[in-house]
Design a protein around this ligand. Sequence first.
Ligand code: LLP
Length: 388
Amino acid sequence: MFDQNQLHQFQSLETPFYYYDLTLLRETLLACKQASSKYDFRVHYALKANFNQPILLAIKEAGFGADCVSGNEVKKVIELGFTPNKVVFAGVGKSDKEILDALDRNIFCFNVESLQELQVINELAQQQNKIAKIAIRINPNVDADTHKNITTGLDENKFGIHQWELDSCIRILSQSKNLNFIGIHFHIGSQIANLDVFKDLCVKINEIHQWFDQCGFQPTILNVGGGLGVDYDHPDQELIPDFETYFGIFNKNLNYKPGQEIHFELGRALVAQCGHLISRILYIKNGKKKNFMILDAGMTELIRPALYQAYHKIENISKPEASGTEIIKYDVVGPICESTDCFGQDRRLPKSDRGDLMAIRSAGAYGEVLASGYNLRDRVRAVYSSIM
Ligand code: LLP
């Protein structure tokens, strides 16, 4: 994965740090753009996956819009030059201040997640003498077949307006003079590897879309959310996700008419594989039952294994496997005072030493953004391929 030159540069840097391969990022963006443009599908990048400036600038240059979930995310993308008419504001708990700020910035659309939020946006827009464009996020009760902590489209989840509330929703829409209904929105979960799930989603969207049409509310936008998973097990076999198949499923299964726009909100699929967490081995500790490899990175830098039992491939980049070194099983752990501070158990790795550099792969999405200051740790740094 890394050539001698990169390794040499890594050696001179203080660890831990996130390393982002901007060339791979650009190739991924291009592949997504080409596959989506085939059907004139539009993609808004879900900023929550990674909001580092060089990454956002590459995404803006590639022509993507932005899917934001906080006032600060909206502010950031507009300051970076994303055009407001490509900025969407989602999230179950938008504060009045955030709504007012987004109205002021004339963003493209609010994805609204509750009946009360509809009323509040209408009132605030009325105060500002504005018309707010809104899409209704509907919870379709479709199982995303992914980890329960990243499932969002089931009846028991807090997200979206439930189907039994849609009659009231239509009533509010028809009474709210400062709301302009433009779309319906769905997002059922993240890291979806079973693509059949997206077919189930299309069936449900078609049903709900038809119901809205029958009520006299024709959406211009069908926003199907994000969720496309990446290959954490074998990152090198699929560095760029299969966007062709993904968009093809929606083209084949979603019913839409000329003039309607299909929107996507991809996060992980665009940025996961371009990011690596690079760390040094501090200590090797051989126990009775386990060998521990203690790194200078921990759950404070990458919390996904602790929070979602997520698997990330771990490599000793100082000792590439081909070199014929003895293979040993290690529990790869961090320095934090928590037992869940473990990146992987019983990982088969070359016999390793203090000072070796380790790469935790596929860490570009929901990695650095979820870093914390627990134990008063230093904020993890970011290093970019093109500026090393
Ligand atoms: N749209 C909405 C409304 C979302 O809630 C999300 C992600 C996305 C789009 C982007 O989904 P993606 O394409 O990235 O799957 N921290 C977790 C993932 C949380 C996902 C939150 N919502 C993790 O590390 O797996």
